[in-house]
Ligand binder design. Structure first.
Ligand code: AMP
Length: 482
């Protein structure tokens, strides 16, 4: 779910915009709340800003949400207060401007159809229009997230049953949505007809599980059954699961960036091993963009798998020439004293004896604005590298994503207005090469036609917002905001 405002996270030196989420749901397990917490641990990489769990016991819903990571968000007392054998959970990463508890999920409301809680991963393209329309009809919004429109549509639905009302309301939204919903006695999983974001179905004994990635199934000992299919609304009750298909059939458009960067390498997404695809990206990159060099160095953790593939294919040794500090939180105070490259250095530090005097192939998964890469190249140069050949395991990012990966607006994407040579000059490497679009397609294999590559091509499978800048800047104010 995407808040409709973008601001840079300058505290961590992470100058990319991120707003991905992870969703989890389990039906029919006596330890549903605890297993949901575990599932969210496994999905923590998809969002670190807030976490929440809602449960249902057949009578009513229970909810807890907190800012921060899963380990800090729920203690044993909080978990004990969640009753029921059905639960859904969410992890969210948003930008600083929207970092408040009111936007944390699950969002829970009570309406004519009863209580309902919702968790969303993706981005609803037509949310601004729907929201304006709903507000003009008297709706009062509590959050500034796009997701809330689904609940207003639900509350206004005249359908006879909650499940029909859900099917009816999700049919109005366009864009990317992997959603899990909970009523007092139903767990519902919905995936948009293009299947932009991942959503899988698993089984744990008699309990059914839905979640963003299979790594969450692994952690709780559940078996992967299948993907929730694009366009499928899966309704789980005591009597089992039933599928509805309320959307017109569409060409699948799975987000290729899940494979490039976002998902965990130990997950299966869109039925394919992330590690395998990512390593393939590196192998193909080595074939397309070889360099005379001494050592392959990954940018941890994002460039790891591609660097392994690159090293395997090129026959060059791979070494951990950059070490990542995994304990850097989102906020820290920079010292008054000037430290060069502090914001990147706090996270990454070069290993001098690996780098000094060497011709280094530096592998990262993507280059968005180029500012982080420039700092990393500077650090490696300062550590004594003789040459630095930067290799990126995807094509140049030329267009923003409207389907749930939080990228900056087009004007901030360096490759939208600069040639590869100009980007090389900016990052100050000796050479720079990206994987080609053909290489990217080859890496995902025979199903490459089922992927969305819009960030690399500018071709959008679902209509892009008409006024892109206005869309990216739109800030929906909450009551009390100045
Ligand atoms: P830069 O050189 O500033 O473009 O930063 C490149 C780094 O940002 C790479 O290490 C990528 O893995 C990382 N990156 C790319 N896209 C995203 C994203 N949507 N969210 C967070 N990090 C990203």
């Amino acid at each position: 779910m995407t808040p409709l405002r973008h601001t840079a996270d300058t505290d961590t030196g992470q100058d990319k915009f991120r707003d991905e989420c992870g969703v989890f749901g389990i039906y029919g397990h006596p330890e549903a709340p605890a297993l949901t917490r575990l599932g969210l641990y496994a999905l923590q990489h998809r969002g670190q800003e807030s976490a929440g769990i809602a449960t249902a016991d057949g009578e009513r819903l229970y909810l807890t949400r907190a800012m921060g990571q899963v380990s800090e968000a729920f203690d044993e007392r909080t978990l004990a207060s969640l009753s029921g054998d059905v639960a859904i959970g969410h992890v969210r990463y948003s930008t600083a401007g929207d970092s408040r508890i009111v936007n944390a999920q699950p969002i829970l409301i009570d309406c004519v159809h009863g209580e309902i809680a919702l968790c969303h991963n993706g981005n609803l393209i037509n949310a601004p229009e729907l929201r304006t329309d709903l507000v003009s009809q008297g709706c009062i919004f509590q959050t500034n997230s796009d997701t809330e429109v689904v609940l207003h549509l639900y509350a206004r639905s005249k359908a006879a049953t909650p499940q029909d009302a859900i099917v009816e309301s999700v049919a109005h939204v366009h864009g990317a949505f992997s959603i899990v919903l909970l009523t007092k006695d139903l767990l519902i999983a919905v995936r948009d007809p293009h299947g932009f974001r991942p959503l899988v179905l698993g089984k744990l004994g008699d309990a059914m599980v839905v979640c963003s990635e299979t790594c969450a199934l692994d952690l709780i000992g559940a078996q992967y059954v299948r993907d929730v299919e694009p366009g499928e609304v899966l309704v789980i009750t005591r009597d089992g699961a039933r599928s509805y298909r309320p959307f017109p059939v569409a060409q699948p458009s799975h987000c290729v960036f899940e494979h490039v960067y976002f998902a965990r390498p130990d997950s299966l997404v869109f039925g394919q091993s992330v590690n395998e695809v990512r390593t393939n990206l590196g192998r193909l990159l080595a074939r397309e963009a070889p360099a005379d060099a001494d050592v392959v160095v990954p940018v941890p953790d994002s460039g790891m798998c591609a660097a392994i593939g690159y090293a395997e294919e090129s026959g060059l040794p791979i070494q951990m020439g950059l070490i990542r500090n995994h304990y850097v939180g989102r906020t820290f105070l920079a010292p008054q004293q000037e430290i060069r490259g502090f914001r990147v250095r706090v996270k990454l530090n070069p290993v001098k004896n690996i780098i000094e005097g060497k011709r280094v192939i530096l592998v990262d998964d993507s280059l968005v604005r180029g500012t982080t890469s420039r700092k990393i190249v500077g650090m490696i140069r300062a550590a004594g590298a003789r040459e630095i050949h930067m290799r990126i395991s995807c094509p140049p990012t030329v267009s923003p994503c409207y389907y749930g990966i939080d990228t900056p607006s087009r004007s901030e994407l360096i490759a939208s207005s600069h040639t590869v040579e100009e980007i090389r000059e900016f990052v100050k490497s000796d050479s720079l090469q990206y994987l080609s679009l053909t290489g990217l397609r080859q890496a995902v294999g025979s199903r490459s036609g089922d992927y969305c590559n819009s960030c690399y091509t500018g071709e959008y499978p679902v209509e892009a917002p008409r006024d892109e800048e206005a869309y990216m800047q739109m800030a929906l104010k909450l009551p009390g905001d100045r």
